[in-house]
Design a protein. Structure first.
Length: 711
């Protein structure tokens, strides 16, 4: 690359990031130093031609003494060149260590940055990467916010998405991990409230000299941000005023609504030394907060319904029933037929409207909880949805603990939260109150299946078939149970019955395609998945297709299918899809970085799911597998050994452990575990399709292992 760009002569490199390289340069016309950022060609040549100019457009809108000034932009050798003022200063972190300013000066410094961000947000511009490394102290001890490379403007969110799209085909996590808001970490788009969280982490560090969320690995940082509050500021710096410590605590709240909502609010708090009312005794206020929340949600739902949300259900095709009993049954019927278009959303609206009229209706509260949990399980595995569903279930129980639906909702929440024993008890209590409750039978059968108590699950699901013979849901769950138990013939028969009773139910096609694949009919499996996709572009069906194409060695097509699955609305939280995508990339040349990103995202999402209960062997074994495939052997062995302690005979745990041991160079242990997994019923097809066992399958000892198996 040439050392000159127009009238600018390039000098030394002063910084390098994901989107480009920053050089010090001399302006030969005006005889001054400038900084020139050359965006990478991968950014400049993005699918959207506007993408390479997003940062330039963003900076050009800003005129503030605490925001770096943009002079001009141009194109050079296929790169976008951004000419900015050269800041002859030092990073904020170095300045704080060197100067050790008192509290008042630190606060004044922070206030300048808060005002810069207020100005930024007033133009609809979100920075999205607030951290000490993006703040330079100009001469005169003036802090300047730099690197709006991740910034987005509210009216041009598509520009932002294009700039941050990688070859994975979807937006990746934006920002820097220790300063990232929980909602952004979970895949949400950055906005002003997430910037306030990041600013709170910055303020914590400015005041204490320590990071708010500090750990030895990315996974631990994810856990801290999602689940733990940082140590009180007083533990580091006792002389920080209480009002300021409270303000930082509010900014770092996991709950968006508990934070200041704008930087104007932050400035007001600083200027008046009034951070707002600090949070006290959350447990005592929980029930009242839940009631208020439900009332607000219900009021919003009434607006939606008034704008034309019509009735939708299998057996209530006319106008919405007028009686409370009829409306509750209408909502429940929508949930029984939840796979139909917009059924879950409309069920939620039904229950919300009822709660607007009577916030203490336990049945409507329980129904609303089930609707949230169904959304979590079938549409978007966002932990916030699980938490809200559980809170509603707790409220339903508090309102009436004699209703089966209240205990059923709590059982679902406990099941999805990984609390198997408590879920068992809640299901049994629900069925003791109403032995024919549809949702209790469905949920308990599913729970027993997922905890590998297949005989018990089959008995419960057959009971459901007897009580509800026209609902394909119980046949589909039966098919999945038989499939998991290795009885593929019965699984196939039940899946076919599920498709016959519910031809528009994509879950039936999911199960049927998986069963056919297990029976060795790859092309039949692909055909079943394709039929399901004609009904609805279901993420899990795309996931199944990805697995089938992978087994056939069609890795590019497999990766495309997994990308479609992840791109589907709400499915970006699905850790298995990310791991499967990593597997597909492993078999494709030139995809090494994409592979690492996919496995890393799988680990982050799975770690968050493990936090409520670390004693789930299936999830632990997956975590161990993902760590091994991402080249982190220490963490892989730790998770795997714990999974083997908890479930030493589980075929999946044993199989994944064999892969981990192979990656750790323990071939003998890998072969032993592989044999044990086969003894436990693990199919040979799974072993043959695992790319990380390619070398092991060439070992004569592997062929001796197969030869020793009964034919």
């Amino acid at each position: 690359m040439s050392t000159t760009i127009g009238r600018y002569t390039l000098g030394e490199t002063v910084g390098k990031g994901a989107y480009g390289t920053v050089y010090r340069a001399e302006d030969t016309l005006l005889d001054r130093s400038v900084a020139i950022k050359l965006l990478n060609k991968s950014v400049s040549d993005g699918a959207d031609p506007k993408a390479s100019l997003v940062e330039a457009k963003t900076l050009a809108k800003l005129n503030h003494p605490n925001i770096v000034t943009l002079f001009e932009i141009s194109e050079h050798d296929g790169h976008t060149a951004m000419v900015m003022e050269y800041l002859d200063g030092e990073p904020l972190k170095d300045y704080l260590k060197r100067a050790t300013p008192p509290f008042e000066e630190r606060l004044a410094l922070v206030r300048q940055l808060a005002d810069a961000l207020r100005a930024s947000h007033s133009l609809g511009i979100v920075h999205a990467d607030i951290k000490p490394g993006n703040i330079i102290m100009r001469s005169g001890e003036v802090p300047v916010l730099v690197d709006f490379g991740l910034a987005k403007t509210a009216p041009t969110a598509n520009d932002m998405e294009t700039l941050t799209r990688g070859s994975l085909g979807q937006s990746l996590i934006l920002g820097t991990l220790p300063y990232m808001a929980p909602e952004v970490m979970k895949g949400g788009k950055p906005d002003e409230v997430s910037d306030i969280f990041s600013f709170g982490a910055l303020l914590y560090e400015v005041l204490t000299g320590e990071r708010a969320f500090k750990a030895g690995s990315d996974a631990e940082i994810v856990h801290l941000i999602l689940n733990e509050d940082p140590a009180p500021i007083s533990a580091h710096t006792p002389d920080v005023p209480t009002w300021c410590a409270n303000l930082v605590a509010r900014m770092l709240s996991k709950e968006r609504a508990a934070r200041p909502q704008t930087f104007a609010d932050v400035l007001k708090a600083i200027d008046s030394a009034d951070p707002g009312t600090p949070m006290r005794d959350r447990k005592a206020a929980d029930k009242a907060k839940k009631l208020v929340s439900l009332k607000r949600i219900a009021a919003a739902a009434m607006v939606v319904i008034a704008l034309g949300a019509g009735f939708y259900g299998a057996r209530f095709m006319g106008d919405e029933p007028l009686t409370v009993s009829g409306r509750i049954e209408a909502g429940m019927d929508r949930l029984r037929n939840f796979e139909q278009k917009d059924a879950i959303e409309k069920a939620q609206a039904t229950f919300q409207t009822l709660l607007a009229e009577d916030p203490e209706n336990a049945a409507a509260t329980g129904g609303y909880s089930l609707a949230l949990l169904l959304e979590y399980a079938s549409i978007e595995a966002d932990p916030i949805k699980l938490r809200n569903g559980k809170a509603s279930a707790e409220l339903a129980l508090a309102l009436d603990d004699q209703l089966a639906i209240s205990h059923t909702a709590m059982a679902w929440a406990l099941e999805y939260d990984g609390k198997a024993l408590e879920a068992d008890q809640a299901y049994q209590r629900a069925l003791s109150l109403d032995p024919t409750n549809f949702f209790a039978l469905q949920g308990f059968g599913r729970h027993l299946k997922n905890t590998r108590r297949y005989d018990e699950a089959i008995r419960v699901l057959l009971d459901g078939v007897n009580h509800y013979p026209k609902f394909g849901r119980f046949h589909i769950l039966l098919a999945d149970t038989y499939y998991k138990a290795g009885n593929y013939d019965k699984a196939n028969a039940s899946a076919m019955m599920g498709v016959q009773l519910a031809p528009d139910n994509v879950f039936a096609y999911r199960t049927l395609s998986a069963v056919l694949f297990a029976k060795g009919d790859s092309f039949g499996a692909i055909s079943a998945a394709q039929k399901g996709l004609q009904v609805r572009p279901d993420p899990m069906l795309y996931g199944n297709l990805g697995s089938f194409y992978f087994a056939l060695g069609q890795y590019a097509q497999s990766a495309n299918a997994f990308e479609r699955a992840i791109d589907a609305q709400g499915n970006s939280h699905h850790y298995i899809m990310w791991a499967n995508l990593g597997d597909a990339y492993s078999m494709m040349p030139g995809k090494e970085e994409d592979r690492k990103v996919a496995y890393r995202r799988a680990i982050q999402l799975l770690s968050a799911r493990l936090q409520p209960n670390e004693n789930r062997p299936a999830m632990l074994s997956r975590a161990g597998l993902y760590y091994a495939k991402s080249g982190q052997p220490k963490e892989a062995l730790q998770k795997t050994e714990r999974a083997l302690e908890l479930a030493p005979k589980n075929r999946w745990v044993l199989f994944r452990a064999s892969v981990v041991m192979e990656q750790a160079g323990e071939r003998d242990k890998a072969l032993k575990l592989l044999g044990q997994s086969m003894d436990a019923g693990h199919p040979l097809s799974e072993i043959q399709n695992e790319p990380y066992l390619n070398a092991l399958r060439e070992d004569p000892a592997y062929h001796k292992l197969l030869a020793s198996r009964p034919s």
